[in-house]
Write a new protein. Structure first.
Lengths: 254, 102
């Protein structure tokens, strides 16, 4: 019998709650109170998350966010700003000592992205991992990923883009052209794709969740078992949300 | 008029690290001494542990803005604090700082 991990599905949380849950699960797993955990989630309202090192005012058009009702939050992971709207976001929390997780950070990105690639394959989408932290399909980005390691624990979270309103995305994000100068792509908008665009049909969160569950199970040879946050994790989530992710101090700190 | 602050300069650079990420540096420096008064290192790179970026920012204060000096200093902070960068390196960080000089 294969090893069992916990699977959480928590749709429609705010940006602050989502980031607080990931941190709460990380802390809880580091104390060996919960098994390795994979979570699938969405954002309500739509939100931008920025990387730990980014400057909020540099990356985000705050006025347009207010206009569109888009939230914003700083992550505990590095990487770039992401507009979360029609997507499945995943997170995985697992001990650094877990045998299947490479000690080398770049190698572990590749390994965890392997689960996403296998999940996309379930949807008949061919994709590949492109270091440092992207997955591309048809030469365009379909998934961005970011990892941190704290308390001896790996947290990697990332997006799987189901559909994209490119105009809205680039109205709330400030994307300088320097970013893609060396990629020979004249238009920022051409860098991104979505499941809908590739399959030419609408696909639900649940359909993607089923595929991604299989992807993780195949990549790590485990069984993902539906679970819930523990009471302690719920309390931690509320604490992290209040003290950190919903605070201006945190979000504007850089 | 406050003559004490006449030498103070504010500057910003944007630098795409070769094979790496986009670095944005905000720098306050003394134009006369060419030394760092304060620095904020931002961008979409990765650093482990993340909080180490604040150590680098603190320890760069009062350093001369000179390529060799900065690379050496940054390398020593990286080594001392066991920092791992992904999408950024000491040369890239130095280049970003040098580009802030007006």
């Amino acid at each position: 019998m294969s090893e069992q991990w916990r699977l959480l599905k928590t749709e429609d949380n705010t940006a602050f709650t989502n980031m607080a849950i990931d941190k709460a699960v990380l802390v809880s797993h580091s104390e060996i109170k919960v098994p390795p955990t994979v979570r699938f989630y969405t954002w309500k309202p739509s939100a931008i998350s920025i990387g730990y090192f980014q400057s909020l005012k540099e990356e985000v058009d705050l006025e347009m966010c207010r206009k569109h009702g888009v939230d914003y939050v700083r992550r505990i992971t590095g990487g770039g700003a992401v507009f979360h709207e029609h997507e499945l976001t995943y997170s995985i929390v697992i001990s650094e000592d877990y045998p299947q997780i490479p000690k080398n950070i770049m190698d572990s990105y590749g390994r965890i992205c392997g689960a996403i690639i296998k999940g996309l394959k379930e949807l008949n989408i061919d994709s590949k991992y492109v270091p440092i932290n992207d997955i591309i399909a048809g030469n365009r980005k379909i998934s961005g990923n970011a990892q941190t390691r704290k308390l001896g624990t790996v947290l990697q979270h990332g997006t799987i883009i189901m559909d994209v309103d490119v105009e809205k995305m680039f109205s709330v994000l400030k994307v300088p052209n320097e970013k893609i100068k060396d990629k020979l792509i004249s238009d920022v908008k051409q860098r991104v794709t979505s499941i809908r665009r590739i399959l030419d049909k609408n696909i639900s969160f649940n359909d993607v969740a089923v595929a991604m569950k299989k992807g993780f199970e195949k990549e790590f040879n485990v069984e993902l078992v539906d679970g819930e946050l523990t009471e302690e994790e719920i309390n931690l989530t509320e604490k992290f949300e209040r003290e950190c992710f919903a605070s201006e101090n945190w979000n504007f700190k850089r | 008029m406050n003559f004490l602050f006449l030498d103070k300069m504010n500057s910003k650079s944007i630098y795409k690290v070769p094979d790496g990420k986009l670095l944005k540096i905000f720098l306050e420096y003394n134009e006369k001494n060419k030394s760092i008064d304060s620095i904020r290192i931002t961008g979409d790179f990765f650093a482990y542990p993340e909080e180490a970026i604040e150590i680098i920012e603190k320890q760069l204060v009062d350093n001369k803005i000179d390529r060799n000096n900065l690379t050496k200093k940054i390398n020593s902070i990286i080594k001392e604090n066991n920092i791992e960068f992904i999408g950024l390196n000491s040369e890239g960080l130095t280049q970003g700082i040098m580009m802030c000089l007006k």
